[in-house]
Design a protein around this ligand. Structure first.
Ligand code: URA
Length: 209
């Protein structure tokens, strides 16, 4: 069974509460999401392997720690994933980026793929799939399936909010994928929205409603 990490850092929880408020403007919502994504990125990369590099400081030589292995891949599940991606790329500017374009059919709640692009060597890299909302997990399951079909073997899933139903579905479909979230909410409504949630993450970050 995959590991589930709730990032309970006070700054994350504070910012999340501000994002949940319905009166929070699009501009502030986007800014908060960017700030929170830096903190979530810090947690999801906490156990990255290090090696050492021989360097010279202005004072003397030393063996200094440096990230080992190939650059990370951040896989954004469009469109809301881009809200997390932006801040994460600020923290890890050398990361490669994959885009998985899925939209949710509002009647069936099933994801429909319209775009996929990823580096060729996904199998050699740690892939962090990002989507602010883990609701039914239909989109996350399909996106992760696509990444695996393109060779990814080490995948983590990072979101802002998760519903218990989504966690269960993701763990069942992909028991090898560890999940990182800022909070686990009560559950889903009949339309597959998280309660109490934050509403439609894409609409809130892009002001489309
Ligand atoms: N997607 C969203 O944007 N919000 C939800 O609550 C669930 C899925």
């Amino acid at each position: 069974m995959s590991k589930l990490t709730v990032v309970d850092h006070p700054l994350v929880q504070h910012k999340l509460t501000l994002m949940r408020k319905k009166e929070t403007s699009t501009a502030v919502f986007r800014q908060l999401l960017k700030e929170i994504s830096l903190l979530l990125c810090y947690e999801v990369t906490r156990d990255l392997k290090l090696t050492t590099q021989h360097i010279e400081t202005p004072m003397q030589e030393m063996d200094a720690p440096i990230l080992a292995g190939k650059k990370l891949v951040f896989a954004s599940i469009l469109r809301a994933g881009n809200g997390l991606l932006e801040g994460m790329l600020e923290l890890v500017p050398s990361a490669r980026v994959s885009h998985v374009g899925l939209y949710r059919d509002h009647e069936t709640l099933q994801p429909v793929e319209y775009y996929f692009k990823a580096p060729d060597d996904l199998g050699d890299r740690l892939v962090i799939a990002v989507d602010p909302m883990l609701a039914t997990s239909n989109s996350a399951n399909m996106a992760i399936e696509k990444l695996k079909q393109h060779g990814a073997t080490k995948i983590r899933f990072l979101c802002l909010l998760a519903a218990p139903e989504g966690i269960e579905a993701l763990q069942k479909a992909h028991p090898d994928v560890d999940i990182f979230t800022a909070a686990i909410d009560k559950g889903l409504n009949d339309n597959g929205y998280i309660l109490p949630g934050i509403g439609d993450a894409g609409d809130r970050m892009y002001g489309t409603k």
